[in-house]
Design a protein. Structure first.
Length: 252
């Protein structure tokens, strides 16, 4: 592949290209040749049965996992050629289990990486943290500790913390799955706002209302392969593959 080619499709620049990605854990082949393109500003929702490889795919993109075959390109450049800190600055990730540092306040959680990794002056980082906490509706919790927050608040802090690095892409791995039902909406609202602001997002979720409203495309992954993909309309109203139909029948 050549770095200088600007790949375009429908006039939008491709920011991530995944080619024939193969991932094994020992003998278990978890991703069996996944191909995927993500355009700038696109929101892709990834759905599929448990154990199908959704988390592993996101983790490979962010280099939290090694893989055995295939390539992942960010802006046309193999992610192996990026410095790991540089890559993770450009790609933010939010997990199901918040992963906030429990012994640090909300503000300290937010400014840690920008100050340590990006070498942003602390005063600048604090200013930025305040802007982002306002954006996620939690400025009044700036000095709170994680244990004093609800699950929904923790997850909104986790999103703000990821945004502190000015990522170009955000990966979400079932960000609302650990939440009580009444707290899901506040987190989805923050994600909707982010998608509408033009963030490129890959979201593993089974919140089909969110997918219908926000996704440009839905990708159905089962057994380590992309079984089917399309617009929300195509996938939710008119799935073609038996596995997709069966999965949707169960969750809808
Ligand atoms: P999903 O997110 O779609 O539920 P995962 O990507 O978490 O699926 O897992 C895909 C498969 O890989 C599962 O069979 C899972 O048990 C296996 N797996 C995931 N992580 C590991 C690991 N660190 N070691 C061994 N097997 C793993
Ligand atoms: Mg998972």
């Amino acid at each position: 592949m050549n770095n200088t080619t600007i790949n375009t499709s429908n006039g939008k620049e491709i920011i991530i290209k995944i080619e024939n990605l193969v991932k094994r854990f020992g003998k278990l082949e978890v991703l069996k040749g996944v191909n995927m393109e993500v355009k700038k500003k696109e929101t892709i929702v990834i759905i599929g049965p448990s154990g199908g490889g959704k988390s592993t795919l996101l983790r490979c993109i962010n280099k939290l996992e090694h893989y055995q075959g295939g390539k992942i390109y960010l802006d046309g450049k193999d992610i192996d050629e990026y410095d790991i800190n540089q890559l993770r600055t450009r790609i933010g990730m939010v997990f199901q289990q918040f992963n906030l540092f429990p012994h640090m306040s909300v503000l300290q959680n937010l400014i840690l990486a920008p100050v340590k990794v990006k070498k942003i002056p602390e005063s600048k980082a604090i200013e930025k943290a305040k802007v982002l906490l306002n954006r996620v509706g939690l400025i009044d919790k700036i000095d709170a500790y994680p244990e004093q927050l609800s699950g929904g608040q923790k997850q909104r802090v986790a999103i703000a913390r990821a945004l502190m690095m000015d990522p170009e892409i955000m990966l979400f791995d079932e960000p609302t799955s650990a939440l009580d039902p009444e707290l899901v909406g506040e987190v989805l609202d923050v994600m909707k706002d982010l998608a509408n602001s033009g963030m490129t997002m890959l979201v593993v979720t089974h919140e089909m209302g969110f997918a219908r409203e926000v996704a440009d495309r839905i990708v159905f992954i089962s057994n380590g392969v992309i079984e089917e993909e399309g617009t929300p309309e195509e996938i939710l109203k008119n799935p073609k593959k038996p596995r997709t139909k069966e999965f949707l029948r169960r969750i809808l």
